[in-house]
Design a protein around this ligand. Structure first.
Ligand SMILES: [Zn+2]
Length: 286
């Protein structure tokens, strides 16, 4: 046994985060907390959005070493089809999953067929077991708006924001100092303008209540990094038509080369591990 093996771990929980898929055809991520010492409760496995079918979610969770049946909560950002697929009522009821959404979105959750007896609506910050504190932040997105989350856990903090037309000061304030940032980087401005999309659609996306461009996402990261940059940054919801990995890399290399090594890009149709509080490989030292 080496000296390192003898050192007691001071962490009480392990926090893992993965994106299961991220595009306009389906968005879902998973945050999992496991106690590392006895007497600290069971596993908490939270899906952030359920925009894939339950079958696809099960498969992608399993490929990354997560068990679908251990899901305890679904936290919805909003109820567009790519974030809230129908036919989730059966898995929710079968596995006793708690659906959590903003009170203003409750009628939309019902319209998706989610069972009311399993749905908890929130109007402000709330707590979950394992000392998880969730702070919702309203985002401008189409008519119903979306919700970003700052999630503070004993093993690190996350800022999660997707489908936002613009960044407001409240989001910068809420996300300052997070360990892990998941942020939408939907389109490249020039590619959007040059695309064959109809003018009304371009206006909807770029008009301040649609999606965030690569440059806006980068500016946001710089704004929340004044005191300390996130250890890990995952870019979400890339447009297939109006975005490109190489364009994103060139942008970051030009304006924030020191942060580029912390960036991972979510895949549209496949899961990707993003963060593990117990692994130095995905959790760079501060
Ligand atoms: Zn979306």
């Amino acid at each position: 046994m080496t000296q390192l093996d003898c050192l007691p771990s001071t962490a009480t929980y392990r926090m893992r985060f993965a994106v299961l898929g991220s595009s306009s055809s389906g968005n879902a991520s998973v945050l999992r907390m496991d106690p590392l010492v006895p007497g600290h409760g069971g596993t908490r496995q939270i899906l952030i959005d359920a925009g894939l079918s339950a079958k696809a979610t099960r498969g992608r969770l399993s490929a990354l070493g997560y068990e679908f049946t251990e899901t305890t909560d679904i936290l919805y950002t909003h109820f567009d089809m790519d974030h809230a697929r129908p036919h989730w009522s059966t898995p929710v009821m079968c596995h006793g999953i708690t659906v959590r959404c903003a009170r203003k979105h409750l009628p939309l959750a019902k319209a998706r067929g989610l069972p009311t007896q399993f749905t908890h609506a929130f109007e402000g910050p709330f707590s979950l077991p394992h000392n998880i504190e969730v702070t919702p932040v309203d985002l401008p997105h189409d008519e119903a708006g979306a919700v970003a989350y700052r999630i503070k856990t004993p093993a690190g903090s996350i800022g999660f924001a997707t489908d936002l037309g613009r960044v407001e000061p409240s989001l910068i304030e809420a996300f300052e100092g997070v360990d892990l940032l998941a942020i939408e980087s939907n389109y490249d401005h020039a590619m959007q303008l040059e695309s064959p999309r109809p003018a009304f659609l371009k206006e909807r996306i770029m008009g301040g209540s649609g999606h965030l461009s690569n440059a806006q996402a980068l500016e946001f990261v710089q704004a929340i990094s004044r005191r300390r940059a996130p250890n890990r940054i995952v870019l979400l919801h890339l447009s297939r038509e109006c975005n490109d990995y190489r364009v994103i890399e060139a942008l970051w290399q030009k304006h924030a080369p020191e942060l580029w090594s912390r960036v991972v890009i979510a895949r549209p149709d496949d899961g990707i591990d993003v963060y593990d509080s117990e692994s130095s490989a995905t959790f760079p030292a501060r």
